[in-house]
Design a protein around this ligand. Structure first.
Ligand code: FAD
Length: 401
Protein backbone atom coordinates (compact mmCIF):
# COMPACT_ATOMS: atom_id res chain seq x y z
CA UNK A 1 0.00 0.00 0.00
CA UNK A 2 1.33 3.46 -0.91
CA UNK A 3 2.18 5.70 2.06
CA UNK A 4 0.85 9.20 2.62
CA UNK A 5 2.44 12.37 3.90
CA UNK A 6 0.91 15.38 5.59
CA UNK A 7 3.02 18.52 5.74
CA UNK A 8 2.21 21.36 8.15
CA UNK A 9 3.25 24.75 6.75
CA UNK A 10 3.50 26.04 3.20
CA UNK A 11 6.74 27.99 3.53
CA UNK A 12 9.82 27.22 1.40
CA UNK A 13 10.55 23.97 3.28
CA UNK A 14 7.01 22.55 3.19
CA UNK A 15 6.20 23.67 -0.35
CA UNK A 16 9.40 22.24 -1.86
CA UNK A 17 9.07 18.97 0.06
CA UNK A 18 5.42 18.73 -1.08
CA UNK A 19 6.48 19.14 -4.71
CA UNK A 20 9.32 16.61 -4.46
CA UNK A 21 7.17 13.96 -2.81
CA UNK A 22 4.24 14.50 -5.17
CA UNK A 23 6.63 14.19 -8.10
CA UNK A 24 7.83 10.89 -6.62
CA UNK A 25 4.29 9.51 -6.57
CA UNK A 26 3.55 9.96 -2.85
CA UNK A 27 0.05 11.09 -1.76
CA UNK A 28 0.80 14.48 -0.15
CA UNK A 29 -1.37 17.02 1.63
CA UNK A 30 0.15 20.42 2.39
CA UNK A 31 -1.66 22.50 5.02
CA UNK A 32 -1.11 26.26 5.17
CA UNK A 33 -2.81 28.39 7.78
CA UNK A 34 -2.92 31.61 5.73
CA UNK A 35 -5.27 32.22 2.83
CA UNK A 36 -2.42 33.12 0.46
CA UNK A 37 1.36 33.32 0.37
CA UNK A 38 1.51 37.11 0.56
CA UNK A 39 4.08 38.18 3.11
CA UNK A 40 5.92 41.45 3.04
CA UNK A 41 9.48 41.72 4.35
CA UNK A 42 10.13 38.00 4.36
CA UNK A 43 13.20 36.30 3.03
CA UNK A 44 13.26 36.93 -0.69
CA UNK A 45 16.72 35.65 -1.52
CA UNK A 46 17.18 32.61 -3.74
CA UNK A 47 20.84 31.67 -3.59
CA UNK A 48 22.67 29.62 -6.26
CA UNK A 49 21.96 26.39 -4.31
CA UNK A 50 18.18 26.94 -4.53
CA UNK A 51 18.34 28.05 -8.17
CA UNK A 52 20.25 24.83 -8.89
CA UNK A 53 17.50 22.77 -7.22
CA UNK A 54 14.85 24.56 -9.31
CA UNK A 55 16.93 23.78 -12.40
CA UNK A 56 17.13 20.09 -11.46
CA UNK A 57 13.33 20.11 -11.14
CA UNK A 58 12.99 21.58 -14.64
CA UNK A 59 11.60 24.84 -13.20
CA UNK A 60 14.47 27.21 -13.97
CA UNK A 61 12.58 28.88 -16.84
CA UNK A 62 9.59 29.54 -14.61
CA UNK A 63 11.83 31.14 -11.96
CA UNK A 64 13.49 33.24 -14.65
CA UNK A 65 10.05 34.47 -15.76
CA UNK A 66 9.23 35.80 -12.26
CA UNK A 67 9.88 39.48 -11.55
CA UNK A 68 13.28 39.51 -9.89
CA UNK A 69 16.65 41.16 -9.65
CA UNK A 70 20.01 39.41 -9.76
CA UNK A 71 22.91 40.43 -7.55
CA UNK A 72 26.43 39.07 -7.75
CA UNK A 73 28.20 41.32 -5.30
CA UNK A 74 27.64 42.21 -1.67
CA UNK A 75 29.28 45.34 -0.30
CA UNK A 76 30.34 46.59 3.09
CA UNK A 77 30.14 50.35 3.60
CA UNK A 78 31.99 51.75 6.61
CA UNK A 79 32.70 55.39 7.48
CA UNK A 80 35.92 54.98 5.51
CA UNK A 81 34.26 53.91 2.27
CA UNK A 82 32.81 50.88 0.52
CA UNK A 83 34.58 47.56 -0.04
CA UNK A 84 33.28 44.52 -1.86
CA UNK A 85 32.67 41.79 0.73
CA UNK A 86 32.01 38.96 -1.64
CA UNK A 87 31.46 38.49 -5.36
CA UNK A 88 29.68 35.40 -6.65
CA UNK A 89 30.94 35.96 -10.18
CA UNK A 90 33.71 33.36 -9.89
CA UNK A 91 31.41 30.72 -8.37
CA UNK A 92 31.46 27.40 -10.21
CA UNK A 93 27.72 27.26 -10.75
CA UNK A 94 25.27 27.84 -13.58
CA UNK A 95 23.73 30.48 -11.32
CA UNK A 96 26.53 32.69 -9.94
CA UNK A 97 24.16 35.22 -8.38
CA UNK A 98 21.47 35.75 -5.76
CA UNK A 99 17.99 36.23 -7.23
CA UNK A 100 15.72 38.52 -5.21
CA UNK A 101 12.33 36.96 -5.88
CA UNK A 102 9.27 37.93 -3.82
CA UNK A 103 8.67 34.94 -1.55
CA UNK A 104 4.95 34.70 -2.47
CA UNK A 105 5.87 34.40 -6.16
CA UNK A 106 8.31 31.62 -5.36
CA UNK A 107 5.79 29.75 -3.20
CA UNK A 108 3.03 30.16 -5.80
CA UNK A 109 5.37 28.78 -8.45
CA UNK A 110 6.34 25.75 -6.37
CA UNK A 111 2.78 24.90 -5.29
CA UNK A 112 1.42 25.41 -8.83
CA UNK A 113 4.06 22.96 -10.09
CA UNK A 114 3.04 20.50 -7.36
CA UNK A 115 -0.64 20.81 -8.31
CA UNK A 116 0.24 19.32 -11.70
CA UNK A 117 0.43 15.98 -9.86
CA UNK A 118 -3.00 14.52 -9.03
CA UNK A 119 -1.59 13.05 -5.82
CA UNK A 120 -0.85 16.55 -4.39
CA UNK A 121 -3.40 18.47 -2.37
CA UNK A 122 -2.99 22.00 -0.97
CA UNK A 123 -5.35 23.11 1.80
CA UNK A 124 -5.18 26.86 2.45
CA UNK A 125 -6.59 28.45 5.61
CA UNK A 126 -6.03 25.11 7.31
CA UNK A 127 -4.27 25.53 10.63
CA UNK A 128 -2.65 22.51 12.24
CA UNK A 129 -3.58 22.44 15.90
CA UNK A 130 -2.17 19.12 17.09
CA UNK A 131 -0.89 15.65 16.31
CA UNK A 132 -2.74 12.36 16.14
CA UNK A 133 -0.71 9.92 18.23
CA UNK A 134 -1.08 6.18 18.51
CA UNK A 135 1.27 3.61 20.02
CA UNK A 136 3.97 6.23 20.60
CA UNK A 137 4.01 7.39 16.96
CA UNK A 138 2.60 10.37 15.08
CA UNK A 139 -0.18 9.27 12.72
CA UNK A 140 -1.22 12.60 11.20
CA UNK A 141 -2.56 15.97 12.33
CA UNK A 142 -5.58 17.73 13.69
CA UNK A 143 -6.42 20.92 11.89
CA UNK A 144 -8.96 23.68 11.83
CA UNK A 145 -10.51 25.43 8.84
CA UNK A 146 -13.63 27.53 8.20
CA UNK A 147 -15.82 24.44 8.39
CA UNK A 148 -14.50 23.26 11.77
CA UNK A 149 -12.03 20.79 13.28
CA UNK A 150 -10.71 17.82 11.30
CA UNK A 151 -8.28 14.94 11.49
CA UNK A 152 -5.95 13.89 8.72
CA UNK A 153 -4.12 10.60 9.09
CA UNK A 154 -0.82 9.91 7.34
CA UNK A 155 2.11 7.52 7.25
CA UNK A 156 4.49 10.44 7.84
CA UNK A 157 3.83 13.89 9.34
CA UNK A 158 6.26 16.70 8.57
CA UNK A 159 6.47 19.83 10.69
CA UNK A 160 7.52 22.66 8.36
CA UNK A 161 5.48 25.30 10.16
CA UNK A 162 8.29 27.73 10.87
CA UNK A 163 9.99 29.11 13.95
CA UNK A 164 6.79 29.19 16.07
CA UNK A 165 5.96 25.58 15.11
CA UNK A 166 2.75 24.18 16.54
CA UNK A 167 3.75 20.67 15.46
CA UNK A 168 7.01 20.97 17.41
CA UNK A 169 5.10 22.03 20.52
CA UNK A 170 2.59 19.19 20.12
CA UNK A 171 5.46 16.71 19.81
CA UNK A 172 7.09 18.05 22.98
CA UNK A 173 10.25 19.06 21.10
CA UNK A 174 11.98 22.16 22.48
CA UNK A 175 14.72 24.01 20.55
CA UNK A 176 17.91 25.08 22.27
CA UNK A 177 18.27 28.86 22.02
CA UNK A 178 21.69 30.05 20.83
CA UNK A 179 20.96 33.77 21.28
CA UNK A 180 20.92 36.82 19.04
CA UNK A 181 21.82 40.34 20.11
CA UNK A 182 19.50 42.06 17.67
CA UNK A 183 16.08 42.48 16.14
CA UNK A 184 15.51 43.90 12.68
CA UNK A 185 13.14 46.64 11.56
CA UNK A 186 12.14 46.40 7.89
CA UNK A 187 10.78 49.17 5.69
CA UNK A 188 11.20 50.53 2.20
CA UNK A 189 12.19 53.86 0.66
CA UNK A 190 12.12 54.91 -3.00
CA UNK A 191 15.22 54.19 -5.09
CA UNK A 192 16.61 56.59 -7.66
CA UNK A 193 18.24 55.15 -10.82
CA UNK A 194 21.48 56.98 -9.97
CA UNK A 195 21.80 55.34 -6.53
CA UNK A 196 24.42 52.75 -5.64
CA UNK A 197 23.73 49.53 -7.62
CA UNK A 198 24.37 46.60 -5.32
CA UNK A 199 23.07 45.35 -2.02
CA UNK A 200 25.17 46.61 0.87
CA UNK A 201 25.70 46.43 4.61
CA UNK A 202 26.18 49.88 6.13
CA UNK A 203 28.01 49.83 9.42
CA UNK A 204 29.07 52.63 11.67
CA UNK A 205 29.66 52.87 15.44
CA UNK A 206 26.13 52.80 16.89
CA UNK A 207 24.31 51.95 13.67
CA UNK A 208 23.84 49.09 11.23
CA UNK A 209 21.64 48.76 8.16
CA UNK A 210 21.27 46.46 5.18
CA UNK A 211 20.01 47.98 1.93
CA UNK A 212 18.67 45.66 -0.78
CA UNK A 213 18.18 47.04 -4.26
CA UNK A 214 14.65 46.11 -5.42
CA UNK A 215 14.86 48.28 -8.59
CA UNK A 216 12.18 50.87 -7.75
CA UNK A 217 12.77 50.85 -4.00
CA UNK A 218 15.31 50.01 -1.35
CA UNK A 219 14.31 47.25 1.03
CA UNK A 220 15.95 48.40 4.23
CA UNK A 221 16.77 46.47 7.38
CA UNK A 222 17.58 48.67 10.35
CA UNK A 223 19.26 46.59 13.04
CA UNK A 224 18.37 47.38 16.67
CA UNK A 225 19.43 45.87 19.99
CA UNK A 226 17.30 42.87 21.01
CA UNK A 227 13.96 43.93 22.45
CA UNK A 228 14.48 47.63 21.67
CA UNK A 229 11.59 48.08 19.21
CA UNK A 230 9.20 49.63 21.80
CA UNK A 231 11.93 52.08 22.77
CA UNK A 232 12.51 52.95 19.09
CA UNK A 233 8.77 53.54 18.66
CA UNK A 234 8.63 55.71 21.77
CA UNK A 235 11.41 57.91 20.33
CA UNK A 236 9.19 58.51 17.28
CA UNK A 237 9.51 58.09 13.55
CA UNK A 238 11.52 61.32 13.19
CA UNK A 239 14.32 59.71 15.20
CA UNK A 240 14.32 56.66 12.89
CA UNK A 241 14.34 58.93 9.82
CA UNK A 242 17.35 60.82 11.25
CA UNK A 243 19.25 57.56 11.88
CA UNK A 244 18.64 56.44 8.29
CA UNK A 245 19.79 59.80 6.93
CA UNK A 246 22.94 59.66 9.06
CA UNK A 247 23.82 56.12 7.98
CA UNK A 248 22.87 56.45 4.29
CA UNK A 249 23.11 60.15 3.41
CA UNK A 250 21.86 59.68 -0.18
CA UNK A 251 18.47 58.67 1.31
CA UNK A 252 18.21 61.79 3.50
CA UNK A 253 15.79 63.58 1.13
CA UNK A 254 13.50 60.54 0.98
CA UNK A 255 13.09 59.55 4.63
CA UNK A 256 9.84 61.57 4.80
CA UNK A 257 8.25 58.76 2.75
CA UNK A 258 8.39 56.69 5.91
CA UNK A 259 5.15 57.97 7.37
CA UNK A 260 5.06 56.08 10.64
CA UNK A 261 5.56 52.75 12.36
CA UNK A 262 2.62 51.33 10.41
CA UNK A 263 5.04 51.20 7.44
CA UNK A 264 7.57 48.95 9.18
CA UNK A 265 7.78 45.24 9.97
CA UNK A 266 9.79 43.79 12.86
CA UNK A 267 11.77 40.57 12.79
CA UNK A 268 12.39 39.30 16.32
CA UNK A 269 15.60 37.49 15.51
CA UNK A 270 15.94 33.96 16.86
CA UNK A 271 18.77 31.49 16.46
CA UNK A 272 18.02 28.03 17.74
CA UNK A 273 17.91 24.36 16.81
CA UNK A 274 16.36 21.15 17.95
CA UNK A 275 18.52 18.41 19.43
CA UNK A 276 16.28 15.85 17.76
CA UNK A 277 14.39 16.58 14.57
CA UNK A 278 12.19 13.48 14.58
CA UNK A 279 9.96 11.11 16.48
CA UNK A 280 8.43 7.91 15.10
CA UNK A 281 6.19 9.02 12.23
CA UNK A 282 7.29 12.68 12.48
CA UNK A 283 10.04 14.80 10.92
CA UNK A 284 10.79 18.51 11.52
CA UNK A 285 12.51 20.59 8.83
CA UNK A 286 13.33 24.23 8.02
CA UNK A 287 12.91 26.96 10.63
CA UNK A 288 10.79 24.59 12.72
CA UNK A 289 13.93 22.50 13.28
CA UNK A 290 16.41 25.41 13.32
CA UNK A 291 15.54 29.12 13.25
CA UNK A 292 18.32 30.95 11.42
CA UNK A 293 19.63 34.44 12.09
CA UNK A 294 19.16 36.79 9.10
CA UNK A 295 22.97 37.07 8.81
CA UNK A 296 23.95 35.97 5.25
CA UNK A 297 20.19 35.78 4.34
CA UNK A 298 20.27 31.99 4.00
CA UNK A 299 17.14 30.88 5.91
CA UNK A 300 15.16 30.02 2.78
CA UNK A 301 18.05 28.16 1.27
CA UNK A 302 18.61 25.98 4.32
CA UNK A 303 14.87 25.26 4.41
CA UNK A 304 14.92 24.21 0.73
CA UNK A 305 18.05 22.09 1.24
CA UNK A 306 16.36 20.31 4.17
CA UNK A 307 13.40 19.54 1.90
CA UNK A 308 15.64 18.09 -0.84
CA UNK A 309 17.66 16.01 1.63
CA UNK A 310 14.48 14.70 3.29
CA UNK A 311 12.86 13.77 -0.03
CA UNK A 312 16.03 12.01 -1.20
CA UNK A 313 15.95 9.78 1.88
CA UNK A 314 12.24 9.20 2.46
CA UNK A 315 10.43 9.36 -0.91
CA UNK A 316 10.99 5.73 -1.92
CA UNK A 317 10.21 4.13 1.48
CA UNK A 318 7.23 6.44 1.86
CA UNK A 319 5.86 5.33 -1.47
CA UNK A 320 6.32 1.77 -0.31
CA UNK A 321 4.23 2.60 2.77
CA UNK A 322 6.72 2.74 5.65
CA UNK A 323 9.41 5.16 6.87
CA UNK A 324 11.50 3.62 9.65
CA UNK A 325 12.77 5.97 12.31
CA UNK A 326 16.41 5.27 11.25
CA UNK A 327 15.70 7.07 7.99
CA UNK A 328 14.37 10.12 9.83
CA UNK A 329 17.57 10.08 11.88
CA UNK A 330 19.52 9.88 8.63
CA UNK A 331 17.87 13.11 7.41
CA UNK A 332 18.88 14.89 10.61
CA UNK A 333 22.45 13.51 10.39
CA UNK A 334 22.73 14.78 6.84
CA UNK A 335 21.46 18.28 7.63
CA UNK A 336 23.05 18.85 11.04
CA UNK A 337 26.56 19.83 9.82
CA UNK A 338 25.29 22.55 7.43
CA UNK A 339 22.94 23.89 10.10
CA UNK A 340 25.51 23.94 12.89
CA UNK A 341 28.33 25.39 10.79
CA UNK A 342 26.09 28.11 9.34
CA UNK A 343 24.73 29.00 12.77
CA UNK A 344 28.30 29.20 14.21
CA UNK A 345 29.28 31.55 11.39
CA UNK A 346 26.17 33.64 12.07
CA UNK A 347 27.02 33.78 15.78
CA UNK A 348 30.54 34.87 14.92
CA UNK A 349 29.24 37.80 12.85
CA UNK A 350 26.65 38.63 15.53
CA UNK A 351 29.30 38.73 18.27
CA UNK A 352 32.24 40.24 16.40
CA UNK A 353 30.46 42.74 14.17
CA UNK A 354 26.86 43.38 15.14
CA UNK A 355 27.13 43.44 18.93
CA UNK A 356 30.04 45.97 19.03
CA UNK A 357 28.43 48.12 16.33
CA UNK A 358 25.14 48.27 18.24
CA UNK A 359 26.99 49.09 21.45
CA UNK A 360 28.61 52.02 19.67
CA UNK A 361 32.07 50.52 20.08
CA UNK A 362 32.49 49.07 16.61
CA UNK A 363 35.01 51.55 15.30
CA UNK A 364 34.72 51.09 11.53
CA UNK A 365 38.48 50.91 11.08
CA UNK A 366 38.56 47.79 13.29
CA UNK A 367 35.99 45.84 11.31
CA UNK A 368 37.63 42.62 10.14
CA UNK A 369 37.21 42.73 6.38
CA UNK A 370 38.50 39.59 4.66
CA UNK A 371 41.71 40.32 2.76
CA UNK A 372 40.51 40.51 -0.83
CA UNK A 373 44.00 39.73 -2.13
CA UNK A 374 43.73 36.17 -0.85
CA UNK A 375 41.89 34.11 -3.48
CA UNK A 376 41.21 31.25 -1.06
CA UNK A 377 39.26 33.57 1.27
CA UNK A 378 37.24 34.92 -1.66
CA UNK A 379 36.52 31.44 -2.97
CA UNK A 380 35.50 30.04 0.42
CA UNK A 381 33.20 33.01 1.08
CA UNK A 382 31.66 32.62 -2.39
CA UNK A 383 30.98 28.92 -1.87
CA UNK A 384 29.70 29.40 1.68
CA UNK A 385 27.25 32.19 0.74
CA UNK A 386 26.31 30.82 -2.67
CA UNK A 387 26.12 27.07 -2.21
CA UNK A 388 26.29 26.55 1.54
CA UNK A 389 27.79 23.53 3.26
CA UNK A 390 26.96 20.15 1.62
CA UNK A 391 24.71 21.40 -1.19
CA UNK A 392 21.91 18.96 -1.95
CA UNK A 393 20.88 17.64 -5.36
CA UNK A 394 17.51 16.25 -6.37
CA UNK A 395 17.86 12.46 -6.47
CA UNK A 396 14.16 11.59 -6.39
CA UNK A 397 12.54 10.41 -9.61
CA UNK A 398 8.95 10.26 -10.80
CA UNK A 399 7.62 6.69 -10.46
CA UNK A 400 9.02 4.63 -13.34
CA UNK A 401 11.27 7.61 -14.29
C1 FAD B 1 11.37 39.53 8.13
C2 FAD B 1 12.17 38.34 7.66
C3 FAD B 1 13.19 38.52 6.76
C4 FAD B 1 13.95 37.43 6.34
N1 FAD B 1 14.92 37.62 5.41
C5 FAD B 1 15.52 36.55 4.85
C6 FAD B 1 16.35 36.66 3.71
O1 FAD B 1 16.59 37.76 3.20
N2 FAD B 1 16.86 35.54 3.16
C7 FAD B 1 16.59 34.30 3.66
O2 FAD B 1 17.06 33.30 3.10
N3 FAD B 1 15.84 34.17 4.76
C8 FAD B 1 15.26 35.23 5.34
N4 FAD B 1 14.41 35.08 6.39
C9 FAD B 1 14.23 33.76 6.94
C10 FAD B 1 13.37 32.92 6.02
O3 FAD B 1 12.18 33.60 5.68
C11 FAD B 1 13.08 31.62 6.76
O4 FAD B 1 14.29 31.05 7.24
C12 FAD B 1 12.44 30.63 5.80
O5 FAD B 1 11.27 31.20 5.27
C13 FAD B 1 12.15 29.35 6.54
O6 FAD B 1 11.32 28.55 5.73
P1 FAD B 1 10.33 27.51 6.40
O7 FAD B 1 9.54 26.95 5.29
O8 FAD B 1 11.08 26.61 7.27
O9 FAD B 1 9.39 28.37 7.38
P2 FAD B 1 8.44 29.60 7.08
O10 FAD B 1 8.87 30.36 5.92
O11 FAD B 1 8.28 30.32 8.39
O12 FAD B 1 7.07 28.90 6.69
C14 FAD B 1 6.24 28.30 7.64
C15 FAD B 1 4.83 28.27 7.07
O13 FAD B 1 4.00 27.56 7.95
C16 FAD B 1 2.78 28.24 8.11
N5 FAD B 1 2.25 27.84 9.42
C17 FAD B 1 2.68 28.21 10.63
N6 FAD B 1 1.99 27.59 11.59
C18 FAD B 1 1.09 26.79 10.95
C19 FAD B 1 0.09 25.89 11.39
N7 FAD B 1 -0.13 25.68 12.70
N8 FAD B 1 -0.65 25.24 10.47
C20 FAD B 1 -0.45 25.43 9.14
N9 FAD B 1 0.50 26.29 8.65
C21 FAD B 1 1.25 26.95 9.57
C22 FAD B 1 3.15 29.70 8.03
O14 FAD B 1 2.04 30.50 7.67
C23 FAD B 1 4.21 29.66 6.93
O15 FAD B 1 3.65 29.79 5.66
C24 FAD B 1 13.67 36.15 6.85
C25 FAD B 1 12.65 35.97 7.78
C26 FAD B 1 11.88 37.05 8.18
C27 FAD B 1 10.75 36.83 9.17
Amino acid sequence: MSGTCVIAGGGPAGAVLGLLLARSGVEVTLLEKHKDFLRDFRGDTLHPSTLQVMDELGLADRVEALPHRKTSALWLWTDEGAVQLVSLKGLRSKYPYIAFVPQWDFLNLVTEAAKEYPNFRLLMEAEVTGLIREDGAARGVRYRDASGEHELRATLTVGADGRGSQVRRAAGLVPVERGAPMDVVWFRLPRDPGDFEDTFLRISAGGLMVAINRETYWQLAYVIPKGAFEELKARGVEDLRASVARLIPFLAGRTGELEGFGDVGVLRVALNRLRRWYRPGLLMIGDAAHAMSPVFGVGINLAVQDAVAAANVIAEPLRAGHVPVELLRKVQRRRTPPTVITQYAQQLVQNRLIRPALAGSGAPSRIPVPPSGLPIVGDLARRFIGLGILPEHVRTRPPGG
